[in-house]
Design a protein around this ligand. Structure first.
Ligand code: SF4
Length: 340
């Protein structure tokens, strides 16, 4: 039975038309689910009894469950158990401009980036749309506050689960759904070029972030398997096309790894690569884990890297460190659960 949180509003409208009901019923259902947060069809008091029975017959409203939460003052990490006993994580972050949540899109990940805890555990399956929607609903219910921005950068490669991720975005973005503005939604990819091209043609004003992490093919191929399929030149050309077509800036994610990708010459190469592009670089201090050998760059090294980019007119920020004390690096909580 399909989960009701899988359904975009236009799909629900089609469903109601197919059972000879009025299309506006879809808006009523969305109002109960996403505004009133009532998930039980029998409590939707403006629906007829027969329709409630039909909905109960056609859709499930099962929720994934929060099995663990670790928090410190500005971060909370949630471990969710799925219906088939798999686990995924989300990370909640409090900023001065609002609350963001980083959601997972797959159970594990096949992209095998060397520095990534999620990639250490192979992909088991894609998440369905409802499993992403419910990460948001359950966190909002837990903190009794609305989330202002969503980043799809947790466990998994979102573009390896493109259709479900797009449905998820459409549901959380819809003003009758969770109503998170498109400009507050970011999808992050390791660089699957055909899907970046597909995204260019979506009528969605969301943000695109690219996990680059190295300024040349030799190093990037060592760190990220995907670079052997789509290399840096192809990726940068596609991003330029994306920027031209959408008129939107792209974010370049760059995790600084001590002695690996954080030298002055790496910074210079990166500046050259991004010259003239409407992009901004997000330097991310690495979250060290016990299972992977990489080390975090020194503060001074990161500052020098930042200065070089600035000097070459590249927009750059250093990401505030979140949750290293609570295993907030992508995949760390889940990998503890799976290893246990
Ligand atoms: S960094 Fe992202 S794409 Fe790479 S292995 Fe980790 S989750 Fe997958």
């Amino acid at each position: 039975m399909e989960n009701i949180f899988n359904k975009r509003i236009d799909e629900l409208e089609d469903y109601f038309l197919s059972i000879n009901e009025k299309k506006f019923k879809a808006s009523q259902i969305y109002d109960w689910l996403y505004k009133k947060r009532v998930y039980d069809f029998s409590k939707m008091t403006n629906l007829k009894k027969e329709l409630i029975l039909k909905l109960e017959n056609d859709f499930s409203n099962e929720l994934i469950t929060i099995v663990k939460k670790q928090s410190d003052k500005d971060t909370a990490k949630y471990l969710f158990k799925l219906e088939d006993d798999n686990f995924v994580e989300s990370v909640l972050m409090y900023h001065n401009y609002g609350i963001s949540v980083c959601v997972s899109s797959q159970v594990g990940c096949n992209m095998g980036c060397k520095f990534c805890e999620s990639g250490r555990l192979k992909k088991v399956r894609d998440l369905q749309t409802y499993e992403m929607v419910e990460q948001i609903l359950l966190i909002e219910e837990d903190i009794k506050q609305r989330i202002s921005s969503v980043v799809i950068m947790g466990i998994g490669e979102p573009f390896d689960n493109y259709d479900n991720v797009m449905n998820f975005i459409k549901i959380i973005n819809h003003d009758k759904g969770i109503a998170i503005g498109a400009r507050h939604i970011t999808v992050s990819t390791c660089g699957i070029i055909p899907k970046i091209k597909q995204l260019m043609n979506e009528p969605l004003q969301i943000n695109l972030a690219i996990s680059l992490h190295a300024p040349d093919n030799e190093l990037r191929s060592k760190l990220m398997k995907i670079n052997k399929v789509y290399n840096i030149e192809q990726l940068i050309a596609t991003l330029k096309e994306y920027i031209q077509k959408t008129n939107r800036r792209v974010t370049i994610e760059y995790v600084t790894l001590k002695g690996v990708n954080d030298s002055h010459s790496h910074a210079l190469k990166l500046a050259k690569l991004l010259k003239g592009m409407n992009a901004y670089v997000n330097l991310i201090p690495y979250n060290e884990t016990n299972n992977i050998g990489f080390k975090k760059s020194d503060k001074q090294t990161i500052l020098e890297f930042y200065d070089i980019l600035k000097k070459h007119n590249i927009n750059v920020t250093i990401r505030r460190e979140f949750g290293s004390k609570i295993d907030a690096a992508c995949g760390q909580l889940r990998s503890k659960e799976v290893d246990a």
